[in-house]
Design a protein around this ligand. Structure first.
Ligand code: ADP
Ligand code: MG
Length: 747
């Protein structure tokens, strides 16, 4: 720990869960054998012949089905969390097939102290450490996020539909933009944060098991610690602990509808396979390019893999025979990860330490409060001029006694209030004053009281704000003398020592094992040729067996690779088919011109890992807005100069750029007329009127009597109304009594 800058390997431990009820009931065989002392795992191939040797893997530590959560914590995780408290970055990964105990290892059963996982245990560890610290100030905050189908979700955000982006800054590295983080003061608060996150995680998922097996959950605890260094300056160290429950490592079941299936193939396990690729690239020593950028997970945890962090990987496996293949895959994966080298260092005085911001803000607020208090009181004291005020002045001047000042605050305000009350009462009782003057004075006093009240409230809010902020900065050393506490600390230390001892023993055993053969060979002297032959034959047998094991391993790996290749080919085929369909649609239904336009605007955004189109108003390469062509200024469309000239000289519509036609509504002319009743000729009218006259109104002029005509005249006059039968005689006489036919109405 003291060696900064030195490199260290990723620690890999393996944990095998117990057989579950189903497996026991199903009578599945156990194929995993664990030698905890040696840190070895032996896996028997259930299909292999009797002569086939089990495959052996060696790790930093291995835990069998009887392992306790606390054992794992003390031996493997405690040192890592301890480093985080010292300002290192730390990461714990849980890797393995679904149902092998990743979540059990990370979270466990929170209700049962015995079965709590790493995350709750680390809460306890961190806050206990802080409570025992001396002369240090801590700030602890937590974030919780999830990666599902290459989308990052903040599990603590109010809006759970939002997706977050990854950003990169040269000083801070890769980070999640707008990720919420909560400052927590104790175990309860941080547990609450975790519960909220877990609830949000399960809310969106229809099938929680399936969802959690396909998403990665990352709980992040940031511990900032400020301490006065040897140089007398305040120094801040920041340690970040990533607790990662990875998606299930099993090959995803290849079922489901076409679209879903494709999405699955391209997205679901992208982060996990990218993790595998990153590990391979880091380990093989030849790769110059590490494909961190291939997935969100590897980008986010870049530091934990070959960077500035201490990393522990827990590989979880199942013991039953039907899991054999996945178990071997997991163990091989873990075996590779062992060789990753990290370069952890203490993060001292980073620019973005929240703790510093807190300290500065508190100092600012305190200064503000002090100014208020001091200002008031000095004024008051000056007024009083009594010895009484002396102490208070000293109080105010005393540097480290601002707290005292804050404590006395309520008393001071009460005094002020009381004083004003007294004065008010005095005015009321003073009979020498005129009523009007009294009122005025009273009003003044009221106003003053209001001022005092407001002032008081402002000071109080300031004080509570300071208190709230200070309460978030944790300081220890309070119950350091506590006897049980001391004992507990001792106990923990012992446990730690034992764990350390165990670890060293295991390392030594592993070393001995490898050196055994060589040393034996060197020391051995043979008394006879026969003996030498015997010993060497034995040795040869041993080596031959080893060779066989290696060969078998090579064979297995080859098969696995073939399988993987076939799967990749299948995925590729499907993607190609999909691509062909898209091509077909584009070639046949999208005009070439449009296609080219879009192609010219399209570019690939590395940050977001997707294609985007440039805004249409920008010309490629040139960041200027597209201008109107010079020839079109003032016109609706571009015009040639000839057209412009022609436009001025003649009014030829050929060159009229605008308003060539008046396009108003063209109303049709009328072809009908309104109906008017039939027209009656004036004579007919007169005759009709005469006929309709009453008899006695008739004025007969006998002087003009002509017996011949009179009969006809009388006849005609007495004839009733219609006048149709007035007689042909009158027609013959040339008078047109009848209306004439009008025929068609002329247009
Ligand atoms: P994963 O997260 O890998 O899918 P889980 O952690 O959900 O798997 O574990 C599956 C089941 O196995 C759970 O019911 C869990 O309680 C149980 N289990 C896993 N590991 C252990 C263990 N070491 N001891 C006891 N039970 C375990
Ligand atoms: Mg799980």
């Amino acid at each position: 720990m003291s060696k900064l800058k030195s490199s260290e390997s990723v620690k890999v431990v393996v944990r095998c869960r117990p057989m579950n009820e189903k497996e026991i009931a199903g009578g599945f065989g156990r194929i995993v054998d664990i030698d905890a002392k040696l840190g070895q795992i032996l896996v028997k191939n259930p299909k292999g012949g009797p002569g086939e040797l089990p495959k052996t893997f060696t790790f930093d530590a291995v835990y069998d089905c009887n392992s306790k959560q606390v054992d794992l914590y003390d031996e493997t995780f405690r040192p890592l969390v301890e480093s985080v408290l010292l300002g290192f970055n730390g990461t714990i990964f849980a890797y393995g097939q679904t149902g092998t105990g990743k979540t059990y290892t990370m979270e466990g059963l929170r209700t049962d102290p015995e079965r709590r996982g790493v995350i709750p245990n680390s809460f306890e560890h961190i806050f206990t450490h802080i409570s025992r610290s001396q002369n240090q100030q801590y700030l602890v905050r937590a974030s919780y996020l999830e990666i599902y189908q290459e989308e990052i979700k903040d599990l603590l955000a109010k809006d759970q539909t939002k997706r977050l982006e990854l950003k990169e800054r040269p000083d801070a590295g890769v980070y999640v933009k707008d990720l919420s983080s909560f400052v927590t003061k104790n175990v309860k608060e941080i547990e609450h944060v975790m519960n909220v996150g877990n609830q949000n995680r399960s809310v969106g998922a229809t099938n929680m098991n399936e969802h959690s097996s396909r998403s990665h959950a990352i709980f992040v605890i940031t511990v900032e610690c400020s301490e006065i260094g040897l140089d007398g300056e305040n120094h801040i160290r920041v340690g970040k602990l990533n607790l990662v429950d990875l998606a299930g490592s099993e090959r995803q079941a290849k079922t489901g509808a076409q679209g879903e299936r494709l999405k699955e193939a391209t997205k679901i396990n992208l982060s996990l396979s990218a993790l595998g690729n990153v590990i391979s690239a880091l380990v093989d020593g030849k790769s110059t390019h590490i494909p961190y950028r291939d997935s969100k997970l590897t980008r986010l945890l870049q530091d934990s893999l070959g960077g500035n962090a201490k990393t522990v990987m827990v590989a979880n496996i199942g013991p039953a025979s039907y899991n054999c293949e996945e178990t071997l895959t997991t163990l091989r994966y873990a075996n590779r990860a062992k060789n990753i080298k990290n370069k952890p260092r203490v993060n001292e005085d980073p620019k973005d330490a929240l703790l510093r911001e807190f300290q500065e803000e508190i100092a600012r607020l305190k200064a503000q409060l002090a100014k208020r208090g001091v200002g008031k009181r000095k004024k008051k004291n000056r007024k009083r001029q009594g010895g009484e005020g002396e102490d208070e002045i000293e109080d105010d001047d005393g540097d480290g006694e601002e707290d005292e000042g804050i404590k006395n605050e309520p008393e001071y305000w009460r005094e002020q209030q009381e004083k004003l009350e007294r004065e008010k009462k005095a005015i009321m009782d003073d009979h020498s004053l005129v009523a009007e003057e009294k009122q005025k004075l009273l009003r003044e006093k009221e106003k003053k009281m209001g001022d005092v009240q407001r002032e008081r409230e402002a000071s109080e809010t300031l004080a509570t704000k300071i208190k709230a902020m200070e309460s978030k900065l944790l300081v220890g050393g309070k119950n350091i003398v506590d006897h049980t506490n001391e004992q507990q600390k001792m106990l923990e230390q012992r446990r730690q020592e034992i764990a350390e001892q165990k670890r060293r023993e295991r390392e030594m055993q592993q070393q001995m094992e490898t050196q055994d053969e060589e040393t034996l060979e060197l020391k051995e002297t043979y008394s006879s040729l026969q003996q030498e032959v015997d010993v060497k034959t034995k040795k040869l047998n041993k080596l031959f067996a080893k060779l066989q094991a290696v060969k078998a391993e090579i064979h297995d790996l080859q098969e696995e690779h073939i399988k993987e290749r076939q799967e990749l080919e299948q995925t590729q085929n499907e993607l190609t088919r999909d691509l062909k369909l898209k091509h077909l649609v584009i070639e046949n239904f999208i005009p070439l011109e449009e296609k080219n336009k879009i192609m010219n605007r399209a570019y690939f955004d590395d940050e977001e890992d997707q294609w985007k189109t440039q805004p249409i108003t920008r010309i490629e390469g040139n960041q200027q807005m597209m201008k109107r062509p010079v020839s079109a200024i003032g016109y609706k469309r571009p015009l040639s100069s000839y057209a412009k000239m022609a436009l001025i000289s003649r009014s030829d519509p050929r060159y009229t750029a605008e308003n060539i036609l008046l396009l108003e509504l063209d109303m049709p002319s009328r072809t009908t007329r309104d109906y008017e009743g039939p027209a009656i000729a004036p004579k007919v009218q007169a005759a009709l009127e005469a006929a309709l006259q009453d008899e006695d109104e008739l004025q007969v002029d006998a002087s003009t009597f002509d017996p011949l005509r009179s009969s006809s005249a009388r006849k005609s006059k007495s004839r009733p109304k219609t006048g149709r039968k007035i007689g042909p005689s009158s027609v013959g006489s040339g008078t047109t009594l009848y209306p004439q036919s009008r025929g068609l109405v002329p247009k």
